[in-house]
Write a protein that binds this ligand. Structure first.
Ligand SMILES: *Cc1c(COP(=O)(O)O)cnc(C)c1O
Length: 625
């Protein structure tokens, strides 16, 4: 894996300069210097950095690519897009998104009442809002209120029951009104075809959503009877997220296009748009040959435009507007999670830890000799001898012939031999060597929670690109597994022989070492869990100015301990009083001590759950002393 696969997943957003990974934009600052600047303000623990210029890039690329495809085919319909709020509803993201998308008439998609309120307040009037998912009467009423405010809103019906509610709400809102206003109506269709991959439950016949052909015909009749046919304007489908292959999309497009044309010919004269949902995949892979998608955005746009045109032509109907709701594609690249490494764990396998005796069991003496005389020429042979000796020594221990110190020496020496042999034989990369890497992997304890910040790794085994922020001029040699600070064994990104990650050998008591997790901007934040009560990390928005410099804006610190408990509906006033009372009434401290302890306690309560790095502790000691 060269450069941590940056050329595979990086999309030119980052660049390695000297020994650091830098933002490939404006003055090209390193991620490390931005991190240091924030940490100097006193914010330790994990940091989520947001880059609005990367949101802008995704939006402009999406629109420009579709415009190009439209031009190439001389397509008459418009291209429009909305952002599905479920992908990331955090205000620092949404505000940046709306700010950078002003020139594109970009809108929002809502799937719940709370999301709809975000859409109604953050979408400029005229930009599209689409509303999907299951809706009750109140939610549909909210759509009518939005329409009456002047919003360009389309409510997608997912079933006939919803259509009945729309008809009812329409009567309540618009009876006896001189100029009735209602939202536009879309219908979600139930496809024969479905997506593939770990997320592919949204499309297909067994999907939760959508109308069958029989239901579509019935919906048409219902709309006609209730004089709402002039509002039916969109056909919608969504085949699932992170579409790895383009073939299912093409099938879905043919299905949806023909449904559009058929309904239009039947008399749905206002029908004018096909909404192809989301699903554009993001390349998360760090490894050659493990790519997650088989198409480019250009191919995707050309297919959509071409197929819609073909169907419109052959059925003699107007070319529909094309809507997309891609969310992952827009949001994923905008954030980087920066995490400090707290400790390396296999340091017990260090030559310094050997407890060799005056006379050692002969096999241990031999291991020692093998280690000292290991050379490239004999590496493989000595390695096999060492592994063989180890088996014998472990058996001797089980039978009571050698003691615990001997066993410890065995483990250390064999580990040292494997490490040395692997580094000598590195270019060979044989299966045997790859297997041995599992045995000598280094465990990096990292200041973050995988449950909070990478829930899709935990739940779906989704990989995210990981790389250190500096030392990139030095070849990393430690096969690495990453441990988060939750006390749950699932909070581990284990070393994977097929997707190996190597990190540097460092002494964290002497120097800081940070890992960046990339492409974390889609889904990870709101799906994150407060396992062990680790909360959303401290976040900041990095904004580049026209002169090339950057500013750190909208810094929001991770919640402090009492706020976390307050969120769980604990009565934190009572907790506060209890803590205070227990100190005041304690029989184990003097008055002066109590005052001091109380001061310390309140300092701790004002901080968040994440650990201070060893480095930070040293700094504190320095400033205090
Ligand atoms: C989730 C969802 C999307 C977004 O999908 P991405 O894979 O993030 O692009 C779009 N439309 C609907 C209806 C969805 O449910």
């Amino acid at each position: 894996m060269k450069n941590f696969g940056l050329d595979i997943w990086g999309d030119n957003n980052f660049i390695i300069q000297n020994d650091t990974v830098n933002i490939n934009h404006a003055s090209k600052p390193s991620v490390l210097e931005i991190t240091q600047e924030i940490r100097e303000k006193g914010y330790k623990g994990p940091l989520l950095l947001r880059f609005p210029h990367l949101i802008e890039k995704q939006i402009s690329t999406l629109f420009n690519t579709f415009e190009k495809a439209k031009e190439a085919f001389n397509y008459k319909g418009n291209f429009q897009a909305v952002f599905p709020l479920k992908v990331n509803q955090f205000p620092n993201f949404i505000h940046a998104l709306m700010n950078v998308s002003k020139n594109y008439n970009y809108g929002l998609e809502a799937g719940s009442k709370a999301e709809l309120i975000i859409a109604m307040t953050k979408t400029p009037l005229g930009a599209p809002i689409t509303v999907n998912g299951f809706k009750d009467k109140e939610m549909i009423s909210l759509c009518f209120i939005a329409a009456k405010m002047g919003h360009n809103i389309t409510v997608t019906i997912e079933g006939l029951g919803e259509l009945e509610t729309i008809i009812q709400v329409n009567k309540e809102f618009n009876a006896d009104i001189e100029t009735p206003v209602s939202p536009k109506i879309g219908v979600r269709i139930r496809l024969h075809s479905s997506g593939i991959g770990i997320w592919a439950k949204s499309g297909g016949y067994s999907s939760k959503f959508g109308l069958t052909s029989t239901e579509l015909l019935e919906a048409y009749e219902m709309l006609k009877k209730n004089t709402l046919l002039d509002h039916l304007w969109m056909i919608h489908f969504h085949i699932g997220s992170q579409m790895s292959d383009i073939a299912p999309l093409k099938k879905a497009l043919r299905e949806a296009g023909n449904i559009y044309a058929e309904l239009k010919k039947r008399g749905a004269y206002a029908l004018g748009a096909i909404n192809i949902g989301g699903g554009l995949a993001v390349e998360y892979s760090q490894h050659e040959g493990k790519q997650e998608r088989n198409y480019s955005l250009g191919e995707f746009a050309n297919d959509v435009v071409y197929l819609m045109q073909e169907i419109a032509k052959s059925k003699g109907v107007a070319e529909p507007d094309i809507f997309t709701e891609s969310g992952r594609y827009i949001a994923a690249s905008h954030s980087v999670l920066v995490t400090p490494v707290l400790e390396l764990f296999s340091q017990e396998y260090n030559a310094k830890a050997l407890r060799l005796k005056k006379t050692n069991p002969p096999l241990i003496e031999e291991l020692h000799d093998l280690y000292n005389s290991l050379s490239r020429e004999h590496a493989r042979e000595y390695l096999h001898d060492a592994l063989d000796h180890m088996e014998s020594l472990l058996t001797l221990f089980d039978l009571g012939y050698i003691d615990l110190e001997d066993r410890s020496n065995t483990e250390i020496l064999v580990n040292l031999i494997i490490k040395k042999a692997i580094s000598l034989l590195r270019d060979e990369g044989t299966d045997e060597l790859k297997k041995l890497q599992d045995r000598i992997q280094e465990k990096y304890l990292v200041n973050f929670s995988a449950f909070q910040s990478l829930p899709d790794f935990w739940g779906l085994a989704q990989q995210f690109p990981i790389m250190p922020l500096d030392k990139l001029n030095i070849k990393p040699t430690n096969p690495a597994s990453i441990w988060d600070i939750t006390c749950d064994s699932d909070g581990e990104i284990g070393f994977n022989r097929d997707l190996p990650l190597y990190l540097h050998d460092i002494d964290v008591s002497k120097e800081e070492y940070f890992l960046g997790f990339f492409l974390t901007g889609a889904y990870q934040e709101v799906l994150g869990m407060k396992h062990n009560l680790f909360t959303h990390p401290t976040e900041a928005v990095i904004v580049f100015d026209t002169k090339g410099g950057y500013t750190i804006e909208n810094l929001i610190e991770a919640q402090n301990l009492m706020d976390v408990l307050d969120d769980l509906e604990y009565d934190t006033n009572i907790m506060d009083k209890t803590l205070k009372y227990r100190i005041e009434e304690s029989k184990h401290m003097s008055q002066e001590e109590k005052r001091e302890v109380l001061g310390k306690l309140y300092l701790f309560l004002s901080e968040n759950s994440y650990l201070k790095t060893i480095q930070a502790q040293n700094e504190n000691e320095e400033t205090q002393g």
